[in-house]
Design a protein around this ligand. Sequence first.
Ligand SMILES: Cc1cc2nc3c(=O)[nH]c(=O)nc-3n(C[C@H](O)[C@H](O)[C@H](O)COP(=O)(O)OP(=O)(O)OC[C@H]3O[C@@H](n4cnc5c(N)ncnc54)[C@H](O)[C@@H]3O)c2cc1C
Ligand code: FES
Length: 265
Amino acid sequence: MKLASVTAETPAVKSFVFSDELCSKAEPGQFVMVWIPGVDEVPMSLSVLNSRRGQAAVTVERVGEATEALHRMKTGDTVGVRGPFGNSYTVANARRVMIVGGGTGLASLAPLVEKLTKGRTEITFLMGAKTRGNLLFHARIGGVLSRAKGRLVVTTEDGSFGLRGVVTTSAERLLKQGEKVNMIYTCGPEKMMQKMFLLAERFHVPFEASLERFMRCAIGLCGTCVIGRYRVCQDGPIFSGKQLLEVRDEFGCWRRGFDGRKTKV
Ligand SMILES: Cc1cc2nc3c(=O)[nH]c(=O)nc-3n(C[C@H](O)[C@H](O)[C@H](O)COP(=O)(O)OP(=O)(O)OC[C@H]3O[C@@H](n4cnc5c(N)ncnc54)[C@H](O)[C@@H]3O)c2cc1C
Ligand code: FES
C-alpha cells in the first residue's frame, strides 16, 4: 500500500492512512499486520474504517525498531498490509455502555464509539492519559459523543486536563455511584484492563477487552500469541469477561516473548 497520508496525533503517536477496500469494511477491534520493508512486521489495530472512501488507518506509538521506522515514513511511501484479522467488539445488545481507554488503546475504541453512536446506545466514555499532550483522539471522540449525547470523562495522571488520577479510579467511582451499564469495553495498558475486569466482575457487568500478545503469523499457526488455551490472533484480540476468568492467572500478569519465555506484563 502507498501511504495516503501521515498525521501526527501526539508527540509519540502518528496515524497512517491507506486505501484498501477490505480493511475499510473491517469491524471495530480487528487488526492488520503492517510490514515495514527490511525492518519487521507488527500487529496494529485499525483506527479508521472509512468504507465510503475505501480507506483505513493505523495509529502507531513509537516504542521500538519497527514503529520508529514507520514513524520516519512519509505520504507516498510503501508498506505491506495483511488482514484484517481477528474478531471484533460485540455490539448487538449494547444499550447503555461504559468504554474505558488509555494510550493507543483509543485506536481500536474510536471506530467502536463511531459504530455505537449510529445506533441508540447510551455511552459513557472514560479516556485516560499521562498528560494533556498524550491524549489521543480527544477531539474526534468528543465530537462524536457530543452529537450523540454521550458523556466523555477525561483523566490525566498529572491533572493537566480533566480529573487528576488514573482512569480506572473514575470508572470505579461511577460504578459505585450506581451507574447502570450493560457492557464495559476496554483497551489500553494490560494492568488498566485487568483492573477494569475486576471491577466488571465485582459489579456483575458483561465485559470485553482487547488483548495484545507477540504475534508472528496472525493466522493461528505459530502459537506465539497464546494465552491459556486461546490464540489472541484468532480467538481474539477481543476477549469476554468469561474467557478472561479462565486465563486470570496470565491476564495482567505475564506473557510469552518471541523465545517463548514468560515475561511480566
Ligand atoms: C492485536 C494488536 C493490536 C495492536 N494495536 C496497536 C495499535 O493500534 N497501536 C500501537 O501503537 N501498537 C499496537 N500494538 C502493539 C504493537 O504491535 C507493538 O508496539 C509493536 O509491535 C512494537 O514493535 P517495535 O519493533 O517498534 O518495538 P520492539 O522493540 O519490538 O518492542 C517494544 C515493545 O512492543 C511490544 N511488541 C513488540 N513486538 C510485538 C508484537 N509483534 N506483538 C505485540 N507486541 C509487540 C513489546 O511489549 C515490546 O516491549 C498492537 C498489538 C497487538 C497484538
Ligand atoms: S500469531 Fe501465530 S498463532 Fe497467533
